[in-house]
Design a protein around this ligand. Sequence first.
Ligand code: PLP
Length: 388
Amino acid sequence: MSDSKRDTIAVRTGIATDTQHQAVVPPLYLSTNYTFPEFGSVPKYDYARGGNPTRTHLETALAEMEGGAGAVVTSCGMSAINLLVSLLDSDDLIIAPHDCYGGTYRLFDSRAKKGAFSVEFIDQSDADALSTALARKPKLILIETPSNPLLRVVDIADICEKAHKVGAWVAVDNTFLSPVLQQPLALGADFVIHSTTKYINGHSDSVGGAVIARDAELAENLAWWGNCIGATGNAFDSYMTLRGLRTLGARMRQHEQSAAQVLEYLLTESAVRKIFHPSLKEHPGHEIALKQQAGFGGMLSFELDADLEGLKTFLGALKLFSLAESLGGVESLVTHPGSMTHRAMSDEAQAEAGLAPTLLRLSVGLEDPQDLVADLQHAFRTLEEATS
Ligand code: PLP
């Protein structure tokens, strides 16, 4: 599917479908319940946990953009992942990346401790670790590529091929790139997961998630579980997310261009110890990213060459990068994963995942990229003055 086709789906889904008043933008249906036409006749929508016309538009758009058979929109990204693992039994094994999003780590670890399933966290780019894990016949491989926060890239098609040989499903968390820059189902994955809170909504004003399934039967099964456990998203958030989705293509292209400019500048700064971005030739996942991604996205991470006091000075000097969690909004953000997004991981787990104490993650927004570079320059000069 071409980029423009995805843009068209995002913009047009639900447009001019209102038969009551011919509204161009589909109306927001807040009603929790729907009238039965007559005794014994169940309407398409009866109760909003199970289905809602506003949510359906968003589900249709996401399923089509990812090339799936169906989608379930959930109350947040974590409930999307929780919904997916509702398909598992207690003797099933999940293989997840050792550097996955901290909340995913916490969910799998906590549920596994309660006996819901087993989990093993591995470095999925390590071929030996992957084949040892696959020999244990897992039910589900969760991939997060590029990973959060180190932007490690793994080969989706290769993992899918190996996973399918042992009968495992593959789910890809596509939050960092969105369907505009990566299409995991076309590479063989069975499920795509999103925290729509991020790029898909794109305006940092609604929390949501989605699971998209390649196969219609799995999509139906997910919809059943979504209603059963009450994981589904509400109408208002679906409305907001669909509104954000309409500009996803244009936003992603600009996020990417601006991130490239910020990266170019960071490469010139001596107080940057290490920089993580798949566009860099020396990035271990560069070749795979070129093969499987339609772009490098708007996220990057770097290690600041400073102690924790210096880190504090640097962060305090930034004006256009707000110190906040989350990512993918129009506004630029800086995050310290160790004390923010990944604080649910123990120090040992953080170290094992390669998260250095001065690692910073940038979500490059849609401000003028020259202003963003000037803001970073100012923070680096402030750090320099404070430490000289
Ligand atoms: N997956 C990734 C890659 C994330 O970064 C996040 C949140 O930051 C989530 C899932 C969870 O999403 P939510 O915060 O919408 O529950």
